[in-house]
Write a protein that binds this ligand. Structure first.
Ligand code: NAD
Length: 328
């Protein structure tokens, strides 16, 4: 079987460290599928990436045919059909979101151009580096040769967080909770849709009949989960982000009945959201195509929150307008 080739940027970082061993073990493509890894980071970080390569070699991963360590995208982006764009600069204390956008935008201009030049047309691109939705928009705008639907920003971690928080509150196992749609931005404005989620096939609101808790505490717990982990661990979430990135890749390569949230192009969306954003919607596979789940009736509370998240993404887009290349 020919090997699958996967590129990972930010390969010296902590999310990549949690991700690449799982890829190497065959968790995504299966335990019969050989894999080649392109591990990419900044030139100064290449010794650390070399160490990751040595550890993969030492971890007894017979599926791994090749590990390439590079900071040169013309090497690292060739042949891959899956790109995890994780590499980005962290937000420093006191830094505004706008500053982060301006700081990381150019990374995704460069990577978008490299995708345009080197990536195969079937390539799927999962943007993890924050602010991931707008970074994804930037990258896609520089790679018009690739289908727009193959650009995704990571929202599955937020969905996983919402599910586990509901399970905990209801005192039920995680498997009792349905997928929880996340609308909007991967930020503190994201909207976890508790209206359509179920616990043991009953509406959440029936099992947790406390609308105030759902609207206020639950919202804030989901939106602030990343910050809470950062505060306790001193580092941002990595293993859970890697797990969610893998799950997202599985959704893209192996259609199933499972519903999932993903940051995707908003073009043609049925919720009246601005048509040129990377926006999180609940998705599912139908008739061989990934589609936005339509027909969810949103009440005034959720609709208002979704509009706020849309506005934030519009502001983010305006802030990086000069980084956006082509009209999408
Ligand atoms: P990290 O600081 O441990 O690693 C980031 C790595 O990216 C570093 O090794 C750095 O050298 C590298 N890098 C920086 N610029 C690069 C470039 N131009 N090309 C290639 N590599 C580059 O960070 P981490 O914890 O692995 O997190 C990575 C990103 O993921 C952050 O932006 C973080 O906010 C984001 N994140 C997103 C989610 C999500 O759900 N979307 C969840 C968690 C973290």
């Amino acid at each position: 079987m020919p090997a699958r080739c996967v590129s990972v940027t930010g390969a010296a970082g902590q999310i990549a460290y949690a991700l690449v061993f799982r890829l190497a073990a065959g968790e995504l493509f299966g335990t019969n599928q050989p894999i080649r890894l392109r591990l990419i980071d900044l030139p100064d970080m290449l010794p650390a990436v070399e160490a990751v390569r040595m550890e993969i070699e030492d971890a007894n991963c017979p599926l791994v045919e090749e590990i390439l360590v590079t900071s040169d995208l013309s090497i690292g982006f060739q042949e891959s059909t899956l790109f995890f764009l994780i590499g980005s600069k962290p937000r420093n204390a006191g830094m505004e979101r706008r500053d982060l956008l301006r700081q990381n935008g150019p990374i995704f201009v460069t990577q978008g151009k490299a995708l345009e030049q080197w990536a195969s047309q079937e390539a799927r691109v999962i943007v993890v580096g924050n602010p991931c939705n707008t970074n994804c928009l930037i990258a896609a705008s520089h790679a018009p040769r690739l289908p727009k639907e193959n650009f995704i920003s990571l929202m599955r971690l937020d969905e996983n967080r919402a599910r586990s928080l509901l399970a905990r509150k209801a005192g039920v196992p995680l498997s009792s909770v349905s997928p929880v749609a996340i609308f909007g931005n991967h930020s503190s404005t994201m909207v976890p849709d508790f209206l359509h989620a179920t616990i043991d096939h009953r509406p959440v609101i029936e099992v947790i009949p406390d609308r105030r808790w759902l609207e206020e505490e639950f919202f804030s717990l989901v939106q602030q989960r990343g910050a809470a982990i950062l505060q306790k661990r001193g580092k941002s979430s990595a293993a859970s982000a890697a797990a969610a990135a893998l799950q997202t890749a599985k959704h893209l390569f192996f259609p199933s009945k499972e519903e999932f949230s993903a940051g995707i192009f908003s073009l043609g969306n049925p919720y009246g959201i601005d048509q040129n954003l990377i926006f999180s919607f609940p998705c599912k596979w139908q008739e061989g195509q990934r589609q936005i789940i339509r027909d969810l009736e949103l009440d005034p509370f959720l609709s208002t929150k979704i509009r706020l998240s849309e506005r934030e993404l519009q502001e983010e887009r305006a802030c990086v307008e000069d980084f956006l290349h082509a009209q999408l």
